[in-house]
Ligand binder design. Structure first.
Ligand code: SF4
Length: 902
């Protein structure tokens, strides 16, 4: 009997007999080679053998590379690695399209490289040269000639042409061929493969092919509410089948494996090993394996390595630095865990999105410039950074060959003590080895790349890490989660194929843009046309029916707001409900624990009282927070709980407001009165204001050197000067006479037993000796917030009742472009536009005193009730939401499930 490729067809037992006799099995992909090896081993064990020779089962690509390597490098051109090949394509395209800055060279090179491989595999060169081409195809032909020429100059060959070269050598008997080879999984053979196998036959190698599985499944079709339910049900099904038979071969095939990989790994781990996260539970090996692997760059160890290399630029992004400071893969990570976290918080509080390496080292030192110990001192880190600084200085502007950069990168990692002091787990060890291999590969790019600067070398190594899919080796496990191609030709006891919607199966065509689409369709290239995709999907679907005993074909019913139907390729399969699968409920531990909880309510709304007489940190903000929500005040001012700062480009609203305060304080320190403002010349006033803006910006620039420099600093000074002059001209000049008695003055106040230190923005004295207390606002000022018992803006009432001198008025000075003026209340008629006379001033003052004393007493007593003044508005910008868990307390909807919805 002959198979699909026209060679004698063998059953699996016969294949194994041939392998025992020294034959070779060549597979269409790695997964099939691994599967056959595993089945072979099972057979030998079943026969009672303890040891046996390793069978020759390997993917065709690996066999060709081995054949070529065994023939000796001297026999032919050097074989390019995939990274070398990519670099050569990028070089050819970059040089050819230098005038087109919009072209994305790396992704174009990947597509061109794929077109090159397809053109060789499907013998498209002749028809390509003969037919009219569009601009993209013409560009590809131009690059292809360039690539061929460059490779020839370098004495190199690529994997796309290797089968052709070896076919010639095989025909000419320059290389030894096996007596017999069995082809496995070559259901669709390219013309190039056909010619290669013909050459093998010509050289005396007897070829046969493995017959496809011929089982008969009990298929069923299942529609589940969502993709998430589909994954969860498949995981529970796999667990149930495994519990019933620990040796069962279980497959889960997922067409969109790459996109769903993380969700699958998480849900299967929760279902297969629900106790994994519980304290003191040893981590056992998981009984499933998700195919394809993750990009190397996604592994924490490699992420740390890349973050270290980025430091060579002399500065780094704060978020990147944060993950480096918390990483266990650099020297001193464990011993300096706490100070490094504090250092991260300190840098975030400063708000600069970029951190210089030099400054970071200084901050990590044990003492500051005045000899004071730093709470976030991390001497091991400081020492490591010193060595890294030397490398950064030497290499920041250097242009080097890739192999030289590889050496610099190894040195930088050594300087930071990478991969840390603790023993690596098996997975981390393998990732580390793979990372070292990647850096060695970088060194091999000398042949393909010119000398390049640090930025170029860094982006190259990052791209290589992102493009390298890596899966740590693990023992053979019973549950395999695979993509559709990998599952081709495998056999299972139980198989579940998910995601089979009418949108996803068959897939939409994805022809290569650099080859004419009609030519691709005629030649039957993968993904070339809808017909090709349909035939391909039909073949794989037919294969599932004969590769297992139990077959479940599923699809989600909805995604987002779209209804989804079953793929027409499975529409004829009997539909069943999930109950037919007979799965016992296996909720994850988190839900069990939640569900079994018996709620016991314990009122615990009071913390320890504040020591009487002690100054509370936070100034008037303590009263403000206590009024907004007692728990907020307790958390912020007693527990010192605060969220980490979020660095942002430019200045925050608070920083801009503070700058304006500083400018006005400096200006009034010189003017002192409205009369002086009246008398001063416009030129002189402008000079004073500009100088004040200059000094204020300079002072803040010590904390925010990168932000407040250059054009940004100049613009900020201009803004401050313009705003201040407008305020003085439009509002202050229009008032009656006053003198500025104090600006930014500090004062201690005790109200309701609570002592705080407050800063008064400004105190004016009227000619009759009474005072107005003024608070600057760059946002909207609302005196109406003084009217109810929980004062939303308590600072001015606080100053008013705390003042030992008679107060005539309290007012917000609202300073914002186009909306300037005072907003306040007064005890008497005062010449201050926007300030309202209140006949009931004494009553108002009494109400303020009562409200503030109550707030002060409550804080001192340790009142910590979760009681936002107006939910949800009060909570919108509160830092303490994670701590108070108001959303749970008020039963405002479920918690987000762990890991999100994916
Ligand atoms: S989030 Fe709301 S309830 Fe929680 S502390 Fe803040 S203001 Fe209070």
């Amino acid at each position: 009997m002959t198979g699909a490729a026209g060679f004698p067809s063998l059953s699996r037992p016969v294949l194994f007999e041939r392998l025992e006799a020294g034959g070779v099995a060549l597979t269409a992909n790695r997964r099939l080679a691994r599967f056959l090896k595993h089945e072979y081993d099972r057979r030998q064990q079943a026969r009672g053998l303890a040891v046996w020779p390793t069978p020759e089962i390997l993917p065709l690509s690996a066999w060709l590379e081995r054949l070529y390597a065994d023939a000796g490098v001297a026999a032919g051109p050097r074989l390019l690695s995939s990274f070398q090949e990519q670099a050569l394509w990028e070089r050819v395209i970059g040089e050819s399209e230098a005038a087109n800055p919009l072209l994305q060279v790396a992704s174009t090179a990947s597509m061109a490289r794929q077109a090159w491989q397809l053109a060789h595999a499907y013998r498209l060169w002749e028809p390509l040269e003969r037919q009219p081409l569009n601009e993209d195809c013409r560009a590809f032909l131009r690059w292809a000639r360039g690539f061929r020429e460059l490779a020839r100059t370098l004495g190199a060959i690529d994997v796309a042409r290797l089968p052709d070269l070896l076919a010639v050598w095989i025909r000419e008997r320059q290389v030894p061929v096996p007596r017999e080879a069995v082809l496995c999984g070559f259901q669709e053979m390219t013309p190039q493969e056909r010619e290669l196998f013909a050459a093998l036959g010509h050289a005396g190698c007897a070829l046969a092919e493995l017959a496809p599985p011929d089982g008969a499944a009990r298929p069923m079709r299942l529609a589940l509410p969502s993709r998430k339910d589909e994954v969860l049900t498949a995981a529970r099904w796999a667990r149930a089948r495994l519990d019933a038979d620990p040796h069962a071969r279980i497959g889960v095939v997922v067409p969109a494996l790459m996109e769903q990989r993380r969700q699958l790994a998480r849900v299967f781990a929760q279902v297969m090993q629900p106790a994994a996260g519980l304290p003191k539970t040893p981590r056992a090996a998981l009984p499933f394996n998700v195919s394809l692997g993750e990009p190397l760059a996604a592994y924490p160890l490699v992420d740390t390595a890349l973050a270290v290399l980025e430091l060579l630029r002399g500065e780094t992004d704060l978020n990147r630095l944060g993950s480096l400071l918390r990483s266990p893969f650099i020297a001193g990570a464990q011993a300096e865990q706490a100070p490094r976290a504090l250092l991260d918080a300190h840098l975030r509080a400063r708000g600069e999105p970029q951190v210089e390496l030099r400054r970071l080292r200084l901050l990590a030192l044990e003492e500051d410039a005045r000899g004071q110990p730093r709470p976030y001192a991390a001497p091991v880190l400081a020492h490591s950074l010193e060595a890294l600084l030397v490398l950064a200085d030497e290499n920041g502007d250097a242009v080097r060959a890739p192999s030289e950069w590889a050496e610099v990168f190894f040195a930088a990692l050594t300087a930071l003590g990478f991969p840390g002091g603790r023993t690596l787990t098996s997975e981390e060890y393998q990732v580390h080895e793979k990372w070292r291999e990647l850096l060695t590969t970088l060194a091999s790019l000398d042949v393909a790349l010119p000398r390049l600067p640090l930025a170029g070398a860094l982006s190259r190594v990052k791209r290589m890490a992102a493009d390298t899919l890596f899966q740590p080796a693990s023992p053979e496990v019973p549950v395999q989660i695979l993509g559709v191609l990998e599952a081709d030709h495998l056999e299972f006891d139980h198989l579940w194929v998910m995601g089979l919607t009418d949108e996803a199966w068959p897939a939409s065509p994805r022809p290569n843009p650099f080859l004419p689409i009609p030519l691709q369709a005629r030649a039957g290239l993968p993904h070339a046309s809808a017909e090709r995709e349909l035939a391909f999907a039909q073949r794989l679907t037919d294969g599932w029916f004969v590769s297992t005993k139990e077959l479940v074909l599923s699809h989600p019913r909805r995604e987002g707001d779209r209804d989804l139907a079953a793929s027409p390729l499975i529409a004829g399969v009997p539909a069943v409900e999930a109950a037919v699968l007979g799965l016992a409920e296996s909720p994850i531990y988190r839900d069990v624990i939640h569900g079994s909880g018996r709620m016991e309510c314990v009122e615990d709304t009071t913390g320890p009282s504040h020591p009487p007489g002690d100054l509370a940190r936070g100034g008037s903000q303590v009263f403000r927070d206590q009024a907004a929500c007692p728990f907020r005040a307790f958390a912020a001012h007693r527990l010192a709980s605060a969220s980490l700062g979020l660095p942002q480009p430019g200045l925050s609203a608070a920083e801009r407001g503070s700058l304006l305060h500083q400018v006005l304080a400096r200006v009034w320190a010189q003017l002192r009165s409205r009369q002086a403002l009246e008398r001063i010349s416009p030129e002189r006033l402008e000079a004073i204001v500009k100088a004040a803006a200059e000094e204020a910006v300079k002072a803040l620039a010590r904390e925010r050197p990168r932000t407040l420099s250059g054009r940004y600093a100049a613009l900020e000074k201009e803004r401050l000067a313009r705003l201040t002059l407008a305020w003085l001209e439009e509002v202050e000049r229009a008032r009656g006479d006053f003198e500025v008695e104090a600006a930014e003055a500090q004062q201690e106040l005790t109200v309701g037993g609570l002592t705080v230190r407050v800063t008064l923005d400004r105190v004016d004295r009227f000619p009759d000796g009474r005072r107005a207390i003024i608070d600057y606002k760059t946002g909207e000022a609302r005196p109406s917030h003084w009217e109810d018992g929980r004062l939303e803006e308590p600072q001015l009432p606080l100053y008013a009742i705390g003042s030992t001198d008679p107060v005539a008025a309290v007012a917000f000075a609202q300073i914002r472009p186009g909306d300037m003026g005072f907003r306040g209340v007064a005890a008497a008629r005062v010449d201050m536009p926007g300030v309202r006379y209140r006949e009931d001033w004494d009553t108002l003052l009494g109400a303020w005193r009562q409200a503030l004393e109550a707030l002060g007493r409550a804080f001192v007593a340790g009142d910590a009730r979760v009681d936002p003044k107006q939910y949800p508005r009060t909570c919108e910008h509160c830092d303490q939401g994670l701590l108070c868990r108001v959303h749970e307390r008020l039963n405002l909807g479920p918690m987000e499930p762990e890991g999100g919805d994916d």
